[in-house]
Write a protein that binds this ligand. Sequence first.
Ligand SMILES: Nc1nc2c(c(=O)[nH]1)N[C@H]1C(S)=C(S)[C@@H](COP(=O)(O)OP(=O)(O)OC[C@H]3O[C@@H](n4cnc5c(N)ncnc54)[C@H](O)[C@@H]3O)O[C@H]1N2
Ligand code: MOO
Length: 668
Amino acid sequence: MSGPQGNPQDAPDRDTEDFIRRLAAAARQEQFLTVVSREDALAAFRAAVPHAALAPEMVPLAQALGRVLAGDVASPIDVPPFDRALVDGFALRAADTEGAAPSQPRRLALNREILACGVAPALPVAPGTATPIATGGVIPRGADAVVMVEQTEFDEASLVIDVSAPVRPGQFVGYAGADMALGETVLRKGLTITAREIGMLAACGLAAVPVVRRPRVAILSTGDELVAPGSPLRPGAIYDSNGAIVAASVAENGGEPVALGIVRDDEAALEEALRGALAGHDLVVLSGGTSKGAGDVSHRILGQLGSPGILVHGVALKPGKPLCLAVAQNTPVVVLPGFPTSAMFTFHEFVVPLIRALAGLPPREEQAVAACVPQRVPSELGRTEFVMASLGRGPEGPVALPLPKGSGSVTAFSQADGFFAIPAARSGLEAGEAVSVVRLGAGVRMPDLTIVGSHCVGLDRLVGLLAERGFTARTVWVGSAGGLAALRRGECDLAAMHLLDPETGRYNAPLLDDGMRLAPGWRRLQGVVFREGDGRFEGRSAEAGIAAALAEPDSVMVNRNAGSGTRLLVDGLLKGARPAGFWNQPRSHNAVAAAVAQGRADWGVAIASVAKAYGLGFRPLTEEHYDFAYAGGTEDRPALAAFLSLLGALETAAALEKLGFTPVGEAR
Ligand SMILES: Nc1nc2c(c(=O)[nH]1)N[C@H]1C(S)=C(S)[C@@H](COP(=O)(O)OP(=O)(O)OC[C@H]3O[C@@H](n4cnc5c(N)ncnc54)[C@H](O)[C@@H]3O)O[C@H]1N2
Ligand code: MOO
């Protein structure tokens, strides 16, 4: 027998020894993290790593798109290279047409050549003559203007034209160098080359252009739990999202991502991967394994790869505390915290400025919006806390709604409009305090409608239909009670809710404040979920199945959070019993279904559509009402009016039925 269960009298076996060694190593990490301020960390990094553009390289025009110009470009020729006709007509001497009028046309003899494009003129335009010329043709010697063919009378017999209005000198002539003059600086260093600049370079005859070499950034994700997207997910594993988001962000900021994949939490494997990454790259970005866990080894290896090694390990930031900045073999190495929001945040703060500087790009443009926080926002004293927020329209201007997702969230960064900071010296912001929200993307605009509350795939579908009608909606999932509270504070247009009032046994309506209105949404079938084939539930009613499960001491349930409508149903089923799993109280139908599907629990209560998505058995209990509350008097706002009319639309009813919900909207 092996493992920690072995006979205690035996000498510890290898597995036990390994277990103890790893735990002890993790405990020692405590001394590793020396937290410094964000400013000190940035200063240390800038002092050790030159933040300057890399050397230039020549690239052909076909590869120049998106690259950064490494030097000013002067035109080597005049563009256009010669004076040219801007219309189809005749090149002539303007002086010959002085005093011309319909009653007194001026007659000009035609020279015997036609100046099509690309033809070098052979004959001069002598006084009293003109030469046929095409748009783009070279203006011949002697001529100083062009008259349009339709403003002349041509006489075939005598090969003359009559001009019946005076022609201004220079008329319809495009002069050499008018667009770009020989020697003129036409493009400036540091500019990002777009299609327009490529056109200019081609017009000057340049086939290649000097651009800043793109920083090659090696990207590694560390963790035994990581699986590359596209592969099946084994139990306990998660997909490597940091690798993908870091690679894309490197490219977005002018770098060349070199994805080196996933490395196990193993010192030897990681050291080998790191040594490989250091060679031939301008920067190495790792994520994960920088904190204090037993598997967190990245930073330890960095101490062994050469001086100066680790510059900073621990920054007084939230998210992002365990960030590690190092230099080894003359190459900067950044270890981002594993949590996706922490990783992205520290990447934007510490890595983006370096990549942009190496790429020759100006610092990222940041736009800030003044807003106020609608509720108290707590924060940790001693760490500058950055709060991801979405912007909404409040009664007195923009409000910043903190997103209720933590560092582990992958969605916060994309669902947020921006972030605001709470200084290290504060333990929170008070309701109504002003903040400056730094916008994350230039193109983001405020949504037409903000919906806060409980998630439903039916609502996802409705938001899609609303978008087809030209209105954007922002959804923030904080649960039914959270949605109602947000509506009360004026933070949203709609609260999406399914709350059962225990006193009346009715859904939603009894819980609204005065002045709030309820728009009926749809019904969701709720029931007991279990794994197919579970003998306790197969062939039994919900109640009988639960009675069988409660009778078995080994069976484990999964509950729901207090305050949710589902919890009231569960309480009704349990009749005061507190079986194993009672205190496992997740906040969503999905979390309940996942717990049962993965065998962490045997039964719980969830809606039918979710049970189906997880392939679970289902015994119906009751129908839950999923409705929308809004403030009376706001229903005429265009986006809200469009949403309310969608609720009653046949198209919506069909879409909801397809998803397994029972629409009630038409009844209104
Ligand atoms: N005892 C302590 N534990 C933790 C502390 C602490 O101070 N004491 N700090 C916490 C903070 S703050 C953060 S942030 C995290 C960061 O830890 P690591 O950088 O060591 O990251 P891991 O432990 O490897 O992973 C954390 C988390 O993120 C997931 N992860 C990792 N890599 C990826 C990836 N490439 N793609 C998607 N998700 C990833 C990983 O599975 C974990 O769930 O530590 C706290 N702990
Ligand atoms: O720094 Mo961690 O990022 O607080 O979650």
